[in-house]
Design a protein around this ligand. Structure first.
Ligand SMILES: [Zn+2]
Length: 207
């Protein structure tokens, strides 16, 4: 049973999932990747697996693709300011475990989706075993949160990256004023209309 279910949330996730298939996964696996949707199946509900990737490796002498299971989570661009990767932990209403205890996917794909522009602005693929390993051994700090009847934890993205748990990152943030990228200078989200803007460019415009 999903709590705090909303039609909007469902539609947002569905659009983000489709955008990720075009904008994220092909960058991660440029030799080819196909998708098998397993949402709402036992895989999803019991083991927290959203989709199965069928990846074509560079060595084309292999006779079949390599399969990788993925759990996806999408947030809105403005949530990037928290700098963390959140994982649901416990459902208070049903007293049932959530993702943290159920994750059976190999990758946790965590992305920020701009619904307005239909763009995956930033996304990372987290090595689930590495993340579980660090949690089990107390090697990573995290914050605790709750929303309505769900408890969740937040793992600092920078720490996950430093510890090698972030296997692939795509940063598609483009400055709406100069067309430069987030790699050029620090960039911030100015809402749906202005999108991402470099601090420097924003100051220039204001002057
Ligand atoms: Zn700029």
């Amino acid at each position: 049973m999903k709590t705090a279910f909303s039609r909007d949330r469902y539609e947002f996730t569905k659009r983000a999932h489709l955008a990720a298939q075009q904008q994220f996964y092909p960058r991660m696996f440029p030799h080819g990747v196909d998708f098998e949707d397993v949402t709402q199946t036992a895989h999803d509900l019991e083991y927290a697996i959203d989709c199965q990737l069928a990846v074509t490796p560079p060595d084309l002498t292999f006779r079949a693709p390599i399969r990788i299971s993925v759990q996806e989570r999408f947030r809105k661009p403005e949530d990037m300011r928290y700098g963390d990767v959140t994982i649901t932990e416990w459902n208070l209403a049903t007293q049932r475990p959530l993702e943290l205890h159920k994750l059976g996917a190999q990758l946790f794909m965590y992305g920020f989706y701009d619904d307005h522009r239909d763009q995956i602005v930033f996304a990372t693929a987290i090595d689930v075993l590495r993340m579980q390993w660090m949690l089990c051994r107390g090697e990573i700090e995290y914050s605790r949160h709750s929303r309505i009847d769900q408890h969740f934890i937040g793992l600092p993205f920078k720490r996950l990256k430093d510890l090698g748990a972030s296997l692939f990152t795509h940063d598609g943030r483009i400055c709406q004023l100069c067309g430069g990228t987030a790699a050029d200078a620090a960039i911030e989200y100015r809402g749906r209309i202005d999108g991402w803007v470099h601090y420097g460019c924003a100051e220039e415009r204001a002057a």
